[in-house]
Structure formats: C-alpha cells, structure tokens
Design a protein. Structure first.
Length: 314
C-alpha cells in the first residue's frame, strides 16, 4: 500500500493494520469494540508491557519494519514465558509521524503477526497516535495453565543456575553494526530479530524451577535482580559458558572480549532459571552456576568488575 499515515488517516490505518493480524485462538472478541476479550482459562492473567523508541531500541537504517515487529513481540512474549506461562495475546500501541509510509506500518504488523504465530498468540487490539517519533507499546498477556507463577524471589542456596537460549549474540551483532559492518550475519540477525526459547519457560515451571527471568538487560544485571529478590548470592563459572568460535573471532577483530557480550549483553531474551540440585534438566538448559548464601553475583569467585548490563537511566 502506497502513501503515508497522513494520507490514510487514523481509521483507515486502524482498518489496514487490523486486517493484517489474526486475533488468534485465545481472543473470543477482537478489535472493533471499546475493548477486546481474551480467554483466561486459569482464572489469572499474566501481563507485561514494554515500550520501544526509535533511536533507542531500533534504527531504521539497521532494521526493517518487519524486524522491529518481530523484536517488539519477542521481548514481550519472552517475559510471559519467563513467568512459566503460555502467551495468549498482544495489545499494540503505535505512535508515528504523519509522513511515515503506510508500507512501514504494515510491514511492522507483519512482523508482529509472524512472531505471535510462533507461540499461537494473536493481536487483540491497540491504538494509533500521531507523534514526532516512532514509538511502539506492547502489552502481552498469558495463561499460567493452573501452575503457580515462577518469580524472581524463589531461588534457594543449593540450587543450580541454568540458561536456555543464546547469550551475547545480540550484543555481538550490535557491535558489528556499530562498526559499520553487516557480517557475520548470524549475529546481526540475532540483534535484529531475537529468537527466545518460549517453550522452555512453561517447561521449566513443570520441572520445578524455583526462580526465572528473561535476560533482556544482560545476564549479570538480570541475575542481580534475582539475587536481591531471593536474598541469595549467584555464583557463575566462566568456563561453563558456550562461546562459539565465530564469536571469539569477531571479538578479536573488534578488540572486544566475547565473555563481556555473554555476561552483559542484552536483547537475546534467553531465559535464566534456578532449579533444585539434581533436577533432570533437558538439553535446552545449560548449567552455568549455582546459588549460595550471601548477596550479589560473582564470576569465577570474583565480583564482576565490568559493566553489568543496560540501565535506561544509568
């Protein structure tokens, strides 16, 4: 579709976007009324929200609108999975200038649609507003399916710390793009379009995970939240992290330590969880440390001396 948001108008844009995304099986009443209705068989709803701002979370010269849509959905759906829940629906808010091409907004919604399809979720509704910059607000909903939520506060001394998904790939991709390069593509694509291990969240809950969270701001930073909430120390072992040879090569080429990317890089949206010792973990989970008495997070017995992760106001 050609033209701009200003050419199409608010209600024309809403109609075009709504046609782009199915509501999914968990939304008995979708867009068209003052509010949507989302099924909640468990009787409880897991809810999370996020905001993406152009220039802060994405750049149009680095990522397509489709990439931004996939990423926006992924980071919210991963938060639902990190509670041990199954994602069911998204609510989308889009702010954009009148001169933004309609094609960009439609491509964004294609990305949202396709990421939702990975977990059989839908888009229940949203809003559009004119503004000077592009901003995307996502609210994700989920169903606990009768299980208690897995929070950050349940880790206990003696638990093991395990990770599902990739760590450091998005940070490596960001470093590559920041240096004006586009290869190796695997890392660049991981930054543009993360692939969270959604199924690992509910599976961890069924295995008896004591605490869990999505790695969005960096493993050190996010585990710091878990350690504080649980009143424990998290001890990581550097040798237990799987750093691909190609990531090491990129680190040498850019003069960077790939372990820094693994420990502090955000936006891979891996899951990190604690489990009682002896839990029969599946192959998707890699043990990287343990929980002990104390406070904070250590790496190989030492307090981490580098940066700890992302802080919007730091």
């Amino acid at each position: 579709m050609s033209g701009t948001l200003g050419d199409l108008g608010e209600f024309g844009l809403i109609g075009a976007l709504t046609e782009r995304v199915p509501v999914g099986p968990h939304v008995p009443l979708g867009p068209g009324d003052d509010a949507a209705v989302v099924a909640a068989p468990d009787g409880r709803v897991v809810a999370t929200t996020d905001l993406l701002v152009e220039g802060r979370h994405f750049r149009r010269d680095w990522s397509t609108a489709y990439d931004v849509g996939r990423k926006a959905a992924a980071q919210n759906l991963a938060d639902v999975a990190a509670m041990g829940a199954r994602p069911t629906a998204l609510l989308i808010g889009l702010v954009g200038p009148a001169e933004l091409p309609v094609a960009w907004a439609l491509e964004l919604y294609d990305g949202l649609r396709d990421e939702c399809a990975v977990v059989d979720a839908g888009v229940a509704g949203g809003d559009v507003v004119r503004g000077s910059a592009i901003m995307i607000s996502i609210t994700a909903l989920g169903d606990l399916e009768g299980r208690p939520p897995v929070t950050r506060s349940g880790a206990r001394p003696g638990d093991v710390v395990a990770v599902a998904g990739w760590l450091g790939w998005s940070a490596a991709g960001l470093a590559i793009l920041s240096h004006g390069h586009r290869n190796p593509r695997a890392f660049v694509e991981a930054h543009r379009r993360p692939e969270p291990p959604y199924a690992a969240g509910p599976a961890a809950a069924k295995l008896g995970a004591t605490a869990m969270l999505d790695v969005s701001d960096g493993l050190i930073s996010d585990l710091g939240h878990l350690a504080r909430a649980s009143g424990v120390r998290v001890e990581l072992s550097g040798e237990l992290f799987d750093i691909p040879a190609q990531m090491r090569d990129v680190g040498r080429a850019l003069g960077a330590d790939p372990l820094q990317w693994v420990l502090t890089g955000g936006e891979d949206h891996a899951l990190v969880a604690t489990f009682p010792a002896g839990t029969p973990l599946t192959a998707r989970w890699r043990v990287v440390g343990r929980v002990t008495e104390g406070r904070g997070v250590t790496v190989d017995g030492e307090e981490w001396s580098g940066t700890g992760g992302w802080d919007h106001f730091g």
